[in-house]
Design a protein. Structure first.
Length: 555
């Protein structure tokens, strides 16, 4: 039986596939650190008042089981349509349920198991499918009290249920993660042992401290980190680990220890790059640290001004107290007479310094949401335009030179910056020559060569990646394509099967495996694989038509 003529193999390309290779692998991914961690409840016995106050802050409530938090989502505006797909969210005893449909094409449901986000502005949700975590395409936005598409989904024309939630993505929302090794997004039945950001994220693992204190050694600083007592760079690193995004964050190839721990220099573990020139970066959900560094207040105050100057990490002011609370912080450096603005700039009847000088601004990638502008502009207005025709990446930490991290940074942003793609490829070639076993560099090079049509070079790079990292999903999916085109069908099938054990939501691998099975004379297996693929990606027109085509050919 001849296979359908239209069947082609689907490549897996783009920075989203390999993003997890580039971000900083933080503490929860180290089993050694996990053993030393105790969880925040162990701190409550001696620090009861701090624990009580912190438990209701936004940082302590950045994740948990859907429906379990003190914030109660409204379901009055829980149904909407986007790009022809209808969405509806409803509560049930086990959490929330997402209903979705494209009339006349498909309909289905997916349970929303976990939330991420404090709820102050909104929340996104995660679904567990056989232990694999995926982001839901719907989020709740608190101020309009409505459900809508999640950030990053607004431009999609189809429903997307396959966005993998990797440990590095979840790390800044939950504590003591439990990822399963050699998978992209599979976790234990409890993906994290502690909801929200726990004490140990800022103070380091607590076991040594507790052991010393219970043994009678009553020095409260023993075996624990107090960020306020660190030197400025190490102190600020504690906040920057989650609140510094930049244009690209790249894990260093050589580090003094495998993962960042409070008390370390973040720059020893992570290279952060920002755009040069005025108005260098758009506002994002985690750009607070970068924006503060751009402020005149920070530049004039130097190391004296840091996040803790204005924010109590263990408590937060109530809404009615916010203006006075932050005004008191401003007046620790400024005199009231320094404000020369006439009404209404001073907001008649109000002494809200932050209301004028830290205005709420929309982010470039999130609808319905605004964030506080930490550049603290003296006269709020449009940000200056970047200087020059082609933007350049520079180290946020002020490091000179280029090298491997700069090459990866350029490669990461090249997808949306066509003008820098030539520069990215040049830097990657140099980095690859200097470190021929560097998997993130090889992965980016393979993608560039594939786009340039140089399959032989891309194949050689993918083969090298798989030898170094057999669980690499993008390299495995693409290498199988190169092999099957060269008659190595059994090896290709084995690769795709292996990839799908790492993440069954990789639809490209599922489709390719179904095509190979059909070519091998196993239409039933091909059909089963495509039906499974459509459970993960019901709006995949290619998979749906291929399934219909195979069914028609086998009648």
């Amino acid at each position: 039986m001849e296979p359908p003529d239209r069947v082609e193999f689907v490549r897996v390309l783009g920075p989203a596939v390999i993003f997890g290779l580039l971000v900083l692998p933080l503490a929860a991914q180290s089993s050694a650190i996990g053993v030393e961690e105790t969880g925040s409840k162990a701190c409550a016995g001696c620090h009861a008042e701090i624990y009580r106050k912190y438990a209701v802050t936004g940082m302590a409530r950045t994740s948990g089981r859907a429906g379990s938090d003190r914030l109660k989502e409204s379901f009055d505006r829980a149904a909407f349509t986007a790009s022809g797909v209808g969405y509806r969210v409803s509560p049930n005893q086990a959490g929330f349920q997402l209903h979705y449909s494209r009339p006349g094409v498909f309909e289905g449901e997916r349970k929303l198991d976990w939330y991420v986000g404090s709820g102050h502005l909104g929340r996104s949700y995660l679904s567990s499918v056989d232990g694999f975590l995926f982001q839901a395409p719907v989020s709740y936005y608190s101020r309009p009290a409505k459900w809508d598409l999640s950030p990053g989904y607004q431009t999609k024309k189809t429903i997307d249920l396959t966005r993998a939630v990797e440990p590095a993505c979840l790390q800044c929302h939950a504590s003591r993660l439990q990822p399963i090794a050699a998978t992209q997004n599979r976790f234990e039945s409890l993906p994290f042992l502690e909801a929200g950001i726990g004490c140990e994220r800022c103070h380091g693992p607590g076991k040594t401290h507790i052991d010393l204190m219970t043994s009678g050694i009553r020095n409260e600083q023993r075996g624990i980190v107090n960020p306020a007592r660190l030197d400025a760079a190490r102190r600020d690193s504690v906040c920057a680990q989650c609140h510094l995004t930049g244009a690209a964050r790249i894990a260093r190839a050589s580090r003094p220890s495998p993962t960042y721990r409070p008390g370390d220099l973040l720059s020893d573990h992570l290279a952060v790059f920002v755009w040069s020139g005025g108005g260098s970066s758009d506002m994002t959900a985690t750009s607070h640290y970068e924006k503060l560094a751009q402020s005149t207040c920070k530049q004039n105050s130097g190391d004296r001004l840091w996040c803790g100057s204005c924010h109590d990490p263990h408590d937060q002011p109530r809404p009615a107290e916010r203006a006075a609370f932050f005004r008191s912080r401003c007046l620790s450096c400024h005199q009231p007479s320094a404000c020369k603005e006439s009404m209404p700039m001073r907001r008649k009847g109000s002494d809200d310094c932050a209301g004028c000088h830290m205005p709420k601004s929309p982010t470039h990638n999130m609808e319905h949401v605004v964030f506080t502008d930490h550049t603290i502009p003296r006269r709020p207005g449009p940000a200056p335009a970047p200087r020059g025709n082609v933007r350049q990446l520079v180290s946020f930490f002020g490091e000179a030179g280029g090298g491997r991290e700069l090459a990866l940074a350029y490669a990461l942003v090249a997808a949306t910056e066509p003008a820098i793609r030539g520069r990215a490829l040049e830097l990657l070639k140099n980095a690859g020559a200097a470190a021929p076993d560097d998997v993130p560099v090889l992965s980016q090079l393979a993608q560039f060569y594939d786009r340039l049509g140089d399959e032989e070079q891309a194949m050689e790079l993918c083969e090298r990646i798989i030898r170094l990292d057999p669980a690499n999903p993008a390299a495995g999916t693409n290498l199988a394509i190169y092999w099957i085109k060269r008659g190595r069908a059994m090896e290709a099938v084995a690769l795709w099967e292996n990839v799908l054990t790492r993440n069954p939501g990789l639809i490209g691998a599922s489709i390719n495996l179904a095509v190979a099975e059909y070519h091998a004379g196993s239409p039933a297996a091909a059909e089963a694989g495509l039906r499974k693929a459509l459970e993960f990606d019901p709006d995949n027109d290619f998979a749906r038509k291929l399934l219909e085509e195979i069914r028609g050919a086998t009648k």
